[in-house]
Design a protein around this ligand. Structure first.
Ligand code: SF4
Length: 431
């Protein structure tokens, strides 16, 4: 059977033009997706856990969904301050149920934002977000800047769908005329196709952004001959390219958010874009990784007022990144149970955090065995959104997209499992 206009549930591009062929319950062909999306869709049906698993005297055993749900509700109810973490590779509907449950439990809910684009959000909260949709970029932008990211490998269709290789409705010869500037600490594959490649010394992004702001403002006299390894000559050239563009779009990744300067780097980038808007139209968009990490920020914000790291232990929503973020809470051993949903902290968190996760009762909701599995006491397999579950996801530019289902493998969705746990918790807290 052929399924057209399917959505890829891998990265924040949420490509919506996939053609998927299935035979029975197997995916046999995926057209239009990049290697990352194609690999996920071709393999996500093959390596699933068959049923929930629980630890019993140090060994794994199969469990029923009812038993696993009962156990999860029990550990969350017994905890003084449970941590509900992850939420980036699941549906908006599951994220909403998670927020309601965290509030009822007096726990902390955090998404993977806190270890990727959290600093971008802090900067946006301070100085605003001069953003636009990817459609606007595709159809209007004649200058693209990628700063601290490598879309060729991390978002492989970003350039072909929205920027360098895409047609533009309002551009006569987009493919040939659109200029590309890459800023990075090393020359990646993306850097090798740039009109201007700016190689910044590690930790030098803030200084380079400041120099560009000064030049755009007309104060090139304060810029020294080199800034963080970049010559003044190149900075003058790049500033001129930006000012001459009719529509510029700056995309940035964790190379900017997680390098020295962190949220101040992003704030400086936003202020450079602000400065450029005195001359032309310029926008800025974070390149978001997990396909619905943006959705977690949207859902958390419209339900609590805060985009991630929301702590309900004071009976009201409280937000203080650095204090209420998952890594900090785990490192300080400030939670006494954890529910991990659709993320893999076992692959990314510091050792100290993982040690605490293994010391407390932790449940993982994830379709497959991951690096987090060995750390938990129970794992509940669910359907993969975009494959055997439908739901809402937000693209990296904040556009909500209905992610469709094209298979039925008999697994419950994340939303169904979280809702059932929430109902059990509610029965006890509000009988
Ligand atoms: Fe999927 Fe991202 Fe590749 Fe598009 S660019 S096909 S969303 S992994």
């Amino acid at each position: 059977m052929i399924h057209e206009d399917m959505i890829c549930p891998f990265c924040g591009c949420l490509c919506d033009d996939l053609v998927i062929e299935t035979e029975g319950t197997e995916v046999v062909r995926v057209d239009n997706a990049c290697t990352l999306g194609s690999h996920k869709l071709m393999n996500a049906g093959k390596h699933r856990l068959k049923a929930p698993i629980m630890r019993d005297s140090g060994r794994w055993r199969d469990a029923t969904y009812e038993e696993a749900i009962e156990y999860t509700a029990g550990i969350l109810l017994d905890a003084d301050r449970p941590l509900l973490y992850g939420w980036s590779s699941t549906q908006g509907e599951a994220q909403g149920a998670g927020v309601s449950m965290a509030e009822l439990l007096g726990g902390v809910i955090d998404s993977t934002t806190s270890v990727c684009h959290g600093p971008s959000i802090l900067a946006i909260q301070e100085v605003g977000h001069p953003g636009c949709t990817l459609g606007q970029v595709k159809n209007r932008a004649d200058l693209i800047v990628y700063w601290g990211c490598n879309p060729t490998e991390a978002h492989p269709r970003h350039m072909s769908r929205y920027t360098t290789y895409a047609d533009g409705y309002f551009l006569e010869n987009a493919f040939r005329d659109r200029k590309l500037i890459i800023v990075d600490v090393r020359k990646t594959e993306t850097g090798s196709i740039a009109d201007e490649f700016i190689q910044v010394k590690p930790g030098g992004d803030y200084a380079v952004l400041s120099a560009l702001r000064a030049i755009v403002r007309g104060r090139e006299d304060v810029v020294p001959p080199t800034v963080a390894g970049v010559t003044k000559e190149q900075l003058l050239r790049v500033a001129a390219l930006c000012k001459e563009a009719k529509f510029g779009a700056l995309f940035f990744g964790v190379g900017l958010t997680m390098s020295p300067g962190k949220y101040k780097n992003v704030r400086n980038a936003i202020e450079l874009v602000d400065e450029l808007n005195r001359y032309t139209k310029f926008t800025l968009t974070p390149l978001r990784g997990h396909y619905n990490v943006y959705g977690s920020n949207e859902v958390f914000t419209w339900m609590t007022g805060y985009p991630y790291a929301v702590d309900f232990s004071r009976q009201i929503a409280f937000y203080n990144p650095g204090e209420t973020t998952a890594v900090d809470i785990l490192a300080r051993k400030e939670c006494d149970a954890a529910l991990i949903v659709a993320s893999d902290p076992g692959a990314h968190f510091p050792k100290k955090c993982l040690e605490h996760l293994t010391d407390i009762p932790t449940v993982l909701i994830d379709p497959m065995h991951t690096m987090t599995t060995p750390l938990v006491r129970c794992q509940i397999p669910t359907a993969v959104t975009g494959m055997d579950a439908a739901g809402t996801a937000y693209r990296m530019d904040g556009v909500p997209i209905h992610v469709k289902k094209f298979l039925d493998l008999g697994y419950p969705s994340d939303t169904e499992i979280i809702t059932k746990i929430f109902e059990k918790v509610t029965e006890v807290r509000h009988p």
